[in-house]
Ligand binder design. Structure first.
Ligand code: ZN
Length: 441
């Protein structure tokens, strides 16, 4: 018997965690934080050493009470990729389980870096398995990492193979045929899967009626501004997601063509770039300087002002207007950097639609506008599947049951409507709330 338990992340976007029980053994897919609740509580977008009890109280990490009775049966914890809403609760919760963490090398490196930086100890082994390979969890469960594209490297769909059939955990992916870094999705393997009992699927953009454009489109948008707009004598400042290594790699390529020196400034940029370098995905060492600590960042900005800002490209943290990030500090005049009119500020991201970030971005943009800068917004393409990609997944995998995940009620309903339009029956689509479960014989 297979039971799928929606531990967390089935009523909103964030703190993803699903338990898959096969007879008397359990694997857990993802163990993430709820970013907005986390930031509200810690005022920090980086993970810091705070107590799990406090984080549970403010609903920043999953509530593991609903799997209390099966904790002892957990055999593996499987984070699918390095985003904090998928791995961020590991430092706080993994110790509750006597199980190894199994993930791709980049994800493993990011987890290890967080633990090391914040001096958090967990007892679990961290095993890294390459995308497109398998791992035997026990006699009865083998997991397979199927390579997919997303907005951070080495993202995998997890196929959990059992004697009752296969469960496919497909949270956070897009089907990008022209990725700018890393491999294409492994469509062949998805088509080959047989007897897929259920798919647990990313519903975030289920109502977005299109196929999500490729990352190469975002790369072209960035190129148009970095190389095609008149930035003569002016600063170029770019802010984007620190974990989006492909996007950072595009910035490195275009920076070289401008002849300007490239600086990455901020703690989280340093964390993800170093992790990607360590596992051999990129090597920025010859083309850019990465500076982590605030004191050194301020010294560097002093040099930039002295030597001439037109000689540099600055990539900084703070795309969502986080008050403690470098861009907010620059806008506040807290750093040695001074904005001039017509300096470039490029937001290579979208605003995350939560009240906290919408307000943060508004405050930041108002401050920046007062300096007379040129602002380039939404130079971005999402890493999530839209409606037509979700249909592709169902056509390829042919699951017997669908469990919409990674979304609020409306997003899950959007996924349900896709299924019904494609001929699924109501009883094959399972809308779960946190704490609920469904069984398949
Ligand atoms: Zn993600």
């Amino acid at each position: 018997m297979i039971q799928i338990i929606a531990v967390s992340g089935f009523d909103y976007v964030g703190k993803n965690m699903t338990a898959i029980k096969v007879d008397d053994e359990v694997v857990i897919c993802d163990m993430g934080i709820h970013l907005e609740n986390y930031i509200k509580f810690t005022e920090d977008e980086d993970l810091i050493n705070v107590s799990p009890e406090d984080l549970k109280r403010v609903e920043a990490i999953p509530n593991t009470k609903n799997i209390e009775d099966i904790k002892g049966q957990v055999k593996a914890i499987i984070p699918t990729h390095a985003h904090l809403d998928h791995v961020g609760a590991i430092p706080y919760l993994a110790n509750e389980f006597n199980a190894d963490i199994v993930c791709t090398p980049f994800t493993a490196e990011v987890i290890k870096t967080i633990l090391r930086d914040e001096k958090i100890k967990i007892n679990n082994n961290i095993r890294s398995i390459h995308p497109n390979s398998s791992f035997k969890v026990s006699e009865n469960i083998t997991i397979e990492f199927i390579n997919v594209t997303h907005s951070t490297p080495q993202t995998a769909m997890v196929a959990i193979h059992t004697k009752y059939g296969t469960v496919l955990y497909a949270n956070d992916f897009k089907f990008d045929l022209y990725p700018t870094l890393g491999k294409k999705p492994n469509f062949k393997r998805l088509e080959e899967l047989e007897n897929v009992v259920a798919v647990i699927v990313d519903s975030t953009y289920s109502r977005d009626e299109r196929k999500m454009p490729s990352e190469s489109v975002a790369k072209q948008m960035l190129k148009d501004i970095m190389l095609g707009s008149y930035s003569h004598e002016k600063a170029i400042i770019i802010t984007t997601f620190s974990s989006h290594i492909a996007r950072l790699n595009s910035i490195v390529q275009f920076s070289k063509k401008t002849g300007r020196k490239l600086l990455f400034l901020g703690r989280s940029l340093n964390k993800y770039i170093k992790a990607a370098e360590k596992v051999g995905i990129i090597d920025f060492s010859k083309d850019a300087e990465v500076i982590r600590f605030r004191g050194k960042i301020y010294n560097k900005l002093r040099t930039v002002m002295k030597e001439g800002k037109e000689k540099y490209i600055l990539v900084v943290t703070g795309h969502q207007g986080e008050p403690k990030a470098i861009l907010s500090r620059m806008a506040n005049g807290e750093t040695p950097f001074r904005f001039d009119s017509e300096d470039f500020v490029i937001f290579s991201c979208k605003t995350i639609p939560s009240p906290l970030t919408i307000e943060g971005r508004k405050v930041l943009e108002e401050k920046l506008k007062r300096t007379g800068i040129r602002m380039f917004k939404d130079i971005h393409v999402s890493g999530h599947a839209a409606k037509e990609d979700l249909k592709d997944l169902l056509l390829m995998v042919k699951p017997k049951n669908v469990i919409p995940a990674h979304g609020d009620e409306s997003m899950k309903q959007g996924m349900r409507e896709i299924c019904l339009a494609m001929g699924y029956e109501e009883k094959q689509v399972h809308l779960l709330h946190d704490g609920e479960s469904v069984k398949f014989n």
